[in-house]
Design a protein around this ligand. Structure first.
Ligand code: EPZ
Length: 423
């Protein structure tokens, strides 16, 4: 296995180009199951997770080819409705094949994803939604076996919590249902708008984009289309926080600042210099590893502060002048980065889903050997390593490679001293 080595203490300068969004690429790749023909997707990041879902689609009979950041997926050969445990256990977003398989075949047998480092991650809202469209869902031997004779029937679905992949699964299922489906308390993340644009391009009829109430008028069939993945707002936010923590003056390009309203506000409140354009964010800070103002964060569904940027912001707050209260409301176990940050000298107390972060003022974190536990926790350790004095070795960086394309090259391009080596 590989580890990431960072020689901290270097200010970051220059520019970093943001890739397509992992959490848009996964549902849009899954949507190619909905119709035969060649689906073209531009700006698709090449990540462990996108490679995993493409392997899953291959196991279902589809074929694909990548030309740079463009994917061509042939939806014609669909000949299987079963997603194996071996594939699903490596990436829970594999559940995104449930909706399109039910829509196209009336049958889907998918291993229950099981939990992951950050929480139990149930899919009860997905299954409840399918049942409201006439689907029978049986749970046995660790699989959900969902089926319906004939077409799905339009209905009304209400999410207790605005589930992102739940909304995406139900959109894909409802697109080919007979009649109209209304999804209430739907998630409003930008990635869902990206999926709605793709489905509309395929012939779906969907009203209410970007709102919490989506109306889907089912159609008889869909046709393959061409779409572009939106920029990865979580990757962009991660690099913005990294420059704020390490200090420097850098441009984050090919991003959409409009997708980061809450983070940009928090960075401004923290005293970070910040300018934005249509597709770029400029971060300027004077002192390294030191932001003057302390800021509290409570994670919320979009457009609130994203849970996927909670760990990264906590690394920044370890460098502030005061006590920051960080409340994680979305997942029950998303503080796995805290013990690792504490090994670097951070002063953090946890009480349930609340972390109290006492900033080190002008003092620096110190480099250490730390371990990545999940995707976003590992990016938090990278940020801490960039800001710290000395060398940081981060093990198990396969977590990072799930969601950050070419991170070593991108950080090196910003002037960081970082490399990979065998553990
Ligand atoms: C998506 O996960 C993202 N993944 C996650 O990003 C992100 O953290 C999350 O949304 C929240 O924004 C993808 O888009 C592939 P949810 P998802 O359903 O859809 C509970 C990353 O780092 N819930 O919105 O699985 C759930 O336990 C990943 O890129 C149920 O109880 O999240 C959680 O507490 C991590 N039952 C809350 O709802 C359900 O059926 C929100 O989960 C579904 C969800």
């Amino acid at each position: 296995m590989k580890k990431l080595v960072i020689e901290g203490g270097r200010a970051l300068h220059g520019e970093v180009h943001i890739s397509g969004a992992k959490n848009a690429a996964l549902p849009l790749i899954a949507a190619s199951l909905l119709a035969p023909g060649i689906h073209i997707l531009h700006n698709v990041p090449d990540l462990r997770d996108t490679r995993t879902i493409l392997r899953l689609l291959e196991s279902l009979g589809l074929s694909w080819e990548r030309q740079g950041s463009t994917l061509k997926i042939d939806g014609t050969g669909l000949n299987c409705s079963e997603a194996s445990y071996e594939l699903v256990k490596t990436m829970r977003a594999s559940v995104l094949v449930l909706g399109p398989l039910l829509a196209r075949l009336g049958r889907a047998k998918v291993s229950l994803p099981g939990g992951c480092a950050i929480g139990a991650r149930p899919i009860n809202f997905h299954l409840m939604g399918f049942e409201h469209l006439g689907v029978r869902c049986d749970l046995e031997h660790g699989y959900v076996d969902a089926r319906i004779d004939g077409r799905l029937q339009g209905g009304t679905v209400y999410f207790d919590i605005p589930s992102v992949t739940g909304t995406e699964n139900l959109l894909m299922a409802a697109a080919l249902a007979e009649g109209t489906t209304i999804i209430k308390n739907a998630a409003r993340e930008p990635e869902i708008g990206n999926l709605i644009d793709m489905l509309t391009g395929m012939g779906a009829v969907i009203e209410g984009k970007h709102s919490e109430r989506l109306t889907v008028h089912g159609v008889e069939k869909l046709t393959a289309s061409e779409s572009t993945i939106i920029p990865d707002r979580i990757e962009a936010g991660t690099y913005a926080i990294a420059v704020a923590a390490a200090g420097g003056d850098a441009m984050i390009k090919d991003c959409d600042p409009g997708h980061l309203p809450s983070l940009l506000e928090k960075l401004r409140l923290a005293g970070v210099g910040l300018e934005t354009g249509d597709d770029w964010i400029r971060i300027t800070t004077t002192a390294r590893n030191h932001v003057t103002n302390v800021v509290d964060v409570t994670t919320m569904p979009y457009p609130g502060y994203p849970t996927d940027l909670q760990a990264q912001f906590m690394a920044l707050m370890t460098c502030s002048d005061g006590l920051s209260v960080i409340h994680e409301t979305i997942f029950e176990n998303r503080f796995m980065h805290v013990p690792e940050l504490q090994r670097m000298g951070a002063d953090i107390q946890i009480d349930g889903r609340v972390a109290m972060v006492k900033g080190l003022g002008g003092n620096l974190l110190t480099g250490a050997q730390v371990m990545a536990t999940d995707l976003r926790a590992s990016s938090s350790l990278v940020i801490a390593g960039l800001a710290a004095a000395g060398r940081t070795d981060i093990s198990r960086i396969y977590h990072l490679e799930r969601g950050y394309e070419n991170m070593v090259d991108k950080l090196t391009g910003l002037g960081a001293t970082v490399w990979k080596e065998d553990e």
